[in-house]
Design a protein around this ligand. Structure first.
Ligand SMILES: NC(=O)c1ccc[n+]([C@@H]2O[C@H](COP(=O)([O-])OP(=O)(O)OC[C@H]3O[C@@H](n4cnc5c(N)ncnc54)[C@H](O)[C@@H]3O)[C@@H](O)[C@H]2O)c1
Length: 280
């Protein structure tokens, strides 16, 4: 996709962090944006932050884990701007814990937002994009947690691996169309992701108390996020990827060794499989 002026982007989780950074980047190149977010107050604040962009910002309260809410938000976007050209399935929540200790409700929350939210966005917007036929692009926000399993982050990693896989699948399925697909895999970004529980369902049980090792890790992660890349830089990299029609968007070079190590282990497992001899 090369022409942005006058086109429309729909951004889930658009009221904060990376989503808000994407909105600013799209507005700067003349697009209209629809911010779909579960937090009404944050949407109002975002609308205020973006008021310099005339009337090119629409906000809609939407819980992406609920299909009907996504359909309503999509219909609002189409009613307001006619056509949607860029879809950013970006809303996400951080939720962790050791796999055997995470409550079923916490699995449902994290997978509901991070995976089903993305699936809902795809199923409700792709037919619209195919029908209007203009160049389009889909950006699914995964994470470096979609490239490596991390102890203590089971639900989050499972959801993000799934988003990477969905994006790869989709790129193949849409190859013959003019809808591009990117999957965004950032490392630490300075946002409110560490406060994700502010948007959790009211009946979500508190997480199990972390042992000393996990508590120390949580403090370390808090600092890594606070010192992380700016959402504006992430958004600039996304803009470049949309223009270049890149499938993968990586932002944190220091995390490459962990991916290389994973592929080396997979390669070694194939070597071992090649040497396998059926016991007589
Ligand atoms: N910040 C990081 O270090 C980092 C790293 C890798 C990936 N990510 C991913 O980036 C995406 C954006 O997160 P962020 O870091 O900007 O955090 P953030 O908390 O600042 O923003 C997330 C936004 O999503 C919204 N949201 C939460 N649940 C929702 C729901 N059910 N429906 C609609 N909106 C909902 C929140 O209200 C918020 O506005 C997420 O998918 C996250 O997993 C973040």
């Amino acid at each position: 996709m090369q022409d942005f002026n006058g086109k429309t982007a729909f951004i889930t989780g658009g009221a904060s962090g990376i989503g808000l950074g994407l909105a600013e980047a799209f507005l700067a190149v003349g697009m209209n944006v629809v911010l779909a977010d579960i937090e009404a107050a944050a949407l109002a604040a975002a609308q205020h932050t973006l008021e310099r962009f005339d009337n090119r910002v629409t906000t809609v309260v939407c819980d992406t884990a609920r299909r009907k809410a996504v359909i309503d938000a999509r219909d609002r976007a189409i009613a307001t701007y006619g056509r949607v050209h860029v879809l950013c399935n970006n809303a996400g929540v951080g939720g962790g814990g050791m796999v055997d200790q995470v409550a079923p409700a916490a699995w449902n929350w994290v997978l509901g937002v991070n995976l089903m939210g993305v699936i809902q966005g795809l199923t409700e917007f792709i037919p619209h994009m195919k029908a209007h036929g203009e160049p389009c692009h889909i950006v699914n926000t995964a994470s470096m947690a979609g490239m490596n399993g991390v102890a203590g982050m089971g639900p989050y990693c499972a959801s993000k691996f799934a988003v990477v896989s969905l994006s790869e699948t989709l790129a193949g399925e849409l190859a013959a169309t003019n809808i591009g697909v990117s999957v965004l895999c950032p490392g630490w970004v300075a946002t409110r992701i560490g406060e994700s529980r502010r948007n959790a369902p009211g009946d979500l049980p508190p997480p199990p108390l972390p042992g000393p090792m996990m508590a120390a890790r949580a403090a370390e992660v808090g600092k890594l996020i606070a010192d992380g890349m700016s959402a504006a830089e992430v958004a600039a990299r996304v803009m470049q990827a949309i223009r270049d029609d890149d499938l993968y968007i990586f932002t944190h070079l220091d995390m490459r060794p962990s991916v290389d190590t994973r592929f080396a282990r997979i390669g070694a497992a194939f070597d071992k499989a090649a040497a396998f001899k059926m016991p007589a």
